[in-house]
Design a protein around this ligand. Structure first.
Ligand SMILES: [Zn+2]
Length: 405
C-alpha cells in the first residue's frame, strides 16, 4: 500500500514539486482534470501529462479511464486532520487521504477557547484520537493538520495579528502547541477564511471566481475569495466585517471601536437583548443555539432578535457586496442554524442597500446558508493542513504559516 508520508515527502526539482502539488489537490478532493488544473492555476495539458505519469506509477486512478472523470488517489495509508477551535465550541474532523468526502469522521464539543487553551488541550487531543480511531487508522498515520481560529492570523508568520483579542494573547501559539503533540506540521488561519475555502471546494460542484463566506457566531467574520484566491490582506485583517462600523453612536466593541457589527449581531449582543427584553415567564435562552431554537418555535421576542440580526447582517453585507461583487455569499456559523429566519431579512436589506446589479436575482448572485453546516471551518482547516505540504520549505518560519491559496 502507498504511504501518504512518502508521497508528501521532500520533492526535488520543479517537476517533482508540481507532481506533489497535484497529488495534494487530489487528496483534498478527487476532481476532474480541468478543475484540478484550475485549483492549481496551471494548464489542463500539464495536468493531463502529470496524471498520465501518476496513473502509470499506480499513485492515482482515473475512473473508467475517460477524460472528464474524476482523478482519485490509489489506496494510500494516511490521515488528514482539520481542527476548528472556536470560542465556545470545537470541532475536529479526520479523513483518510484516499477517502471521499463522505468518509469524514467528526466530533464536536461545546467547550472552546473561552476555557483557556492550555486547559483545553487534553480534551482537544481526546477528540482528535476519537476521530482518527474512527478512520480505522492510527495517530501515527496522521500526515497533516490545519487549525481554524476566530482571530486574525498574519499570513507571513502564522501567528496572531495584533491586537489579539481575548481570550487569546500575543504569546499564545496554538499551532505550535499542537504541532508538538501531533508530531506533524500544523497550519493555522482565520476560521472565516477557511470556511470560504471549504465552501469553494466542497460546497460547490465547480469553484466560482468570487465567493464570500460569513461566519456568524460569537463574533462575525468574512472569508473573501477573489479569482479563486483567498484575500488575506497584508496582515491577515481582510474580511474583518465584525469590526465594520455600522452605528457611529453604538456600543464600544472589544476591539476598541464603537458600533462595530459584532456589538449588534455577535452572540453576546443577541443574548443580552433577550435579557433586556426582561422576560420572566420562562427560562431565558443563555446561548445562541437556545435563542435560535426559541425563535424557530415562535417565541416573539427571540424571533425579533434573530430577524433583526439578519437585517443588520444584510446591511453590512451590502457594503461588502458593493466592494467585491461576489457571485455567492454563504452564511455559516451558529447563526446560520436559523436558516430563513436570518437569510430572508438579510436578503431584503441587501436588496435595499447594495447596488442592484450586485445582488440581482438573475442567476449571477446567490445568498444561502452553508451546506457544510457546523463543520465548514474544520473542512477548510483540513484543506489548509494538506496544502501546507505544497510549500517548498515547510521547516521555515513559525509554525504553520499560511499557504498561497
Ligand atoms: Zn470591533
Amino acid at each position: 500500500m502507498l504511504e501518504a508520508r512518502e508521497l508528501l515527502g521532500p520533492a526535488v526539482g520543479t517537476k517533482e514539486q508540481n507532481r506533489r502539488k497535484l497529488i495534494i489537490e487530489i487528496m483534498i478532493k478527487a476532481d476532474q482534470q480541468s478543475i484540478l488544473a484550475r485549483r492549481l492555476g496551471i494548464s489542463g495539458a500539464s495536468v493531463s501529462t502529470a496524471v498520465a505519469e501518476l496513473v502509470k506509477k499506480g499513485i492515482v486512478e482515473v475512473e473508467h479511464r475517460q477524460k472528464g472523470d474524476p482523478v482519485r488517489l490509489a489506496t494510500t495509508r494516511g490521515v488528514a486532520l482539520g481542527i476548528d477551535l472556536g470560542f465556545r465550541r470545537m470541532a475536529v474532523i479526520a479523513r483518510p487521504v484516499d477517502g471521499a468526502f463522505e468518509t469524514i469522521q467528526s466530533a464536536i464539543e461545546i467547550e472552546g477557547a473561552n476555557r483557556g487553551f492550555t486547559q483545553l488541550l487534553p480534551r482537544l487531543m481526546g477528540l482528535i484520537r476519537t476521530v482518527v480511531d474512527g478512520t480505522g487508522q492510527e495517530m501515527g498515520d496522521v500526515v497533516s493538520a490545519g487549525l481554524a481560529v476566530p482571530r486574525m492570523i498574519d499570513p507571513r508568520s502564522g501567528r496572531f495579528t495584533t491586537p489579539v483579542l481575548p481570550p487569546w494573547s500575543e504569546t499564545d501559539d496554538p499551532a505550535a502547541s499542537l504541532e508538538k503533540l501531533l508530531g506533524v506540521r500544523v497550519a493555522v488561519d482565520n476560521d472565516a477564511n477557511l470556511g470560504a475555502m471549504a465552501e469553494q471546494t466542497y460546497g460547490l460542484e465547480k469553484p466560482l471566481e468570487t465567493v464570500v463566506y460569513i461566519k456568524a457566531s460569537t463574533g462575525v467574520g468574512a472569508g473573501i475569495m477573489i479569482g479563486d484566491k483567498l484575500v488575506r490582506g497584508e496582515r491577515g485583517m481582510a474580511g474583518e466585517i465584525g469590526h465594520l462600523t455600522v452605528d457611529r453612536d453604538g456600543l464600544v466593541c472589544l476591539c476598541g471601536g464603537r458600533g462595530c457589527l459584532d456589538t449588534l449581531v455577535g452572540a453576546e449582543a443577541l443574548i443580552s437583548q433577550v435579557r433586556q427584553a426582561g422576560r420572566r415567564d420562562y427560562r431565558l435562552p443563555n446561548d445562541l443555539r437556545a435563542l435560535i431554537d426559541a425563535a424557530q418555535k415562535g417565541d416573539a421576542a427571540c424571533r425579533r432578535i434573530v430577524t433583526d440580526a439578519g437585517r443588520m447582517l444584510g446591511f453590512a453585507l451590502a457594503q461588502l457586496c458593493n466592494l467585491v461583487n461576489p457571485r455567492l455569499v454563504v452564511i455559516g456559523g451558529e447563526l446560520a442554524a436559523a436558516r430563513e429566519l436570518v437569510v430572508d431579512p438579510c436578503r431584503q436589506e441587501l436588496q435595499r442597500y447594495a447596488l442592484g446589479g450586485a445582488v440581482a436575482d438573475d442567476g449571477r448572485f446567490e445568498l444561502r446558508t452553508s451546506q457544510l453546516n457546523a463543520l465548514a471551518e474544520a473542512h477548510g482547516a483540513l484543506i489548509l493542513g494538506l496544502r501546507a505540504h505544497q510549500q517548498e520549505n515547510p521547516g521555515e518560519g513559525a509554525s504553520g504559516g499560511v499557504v498561497s491559496n
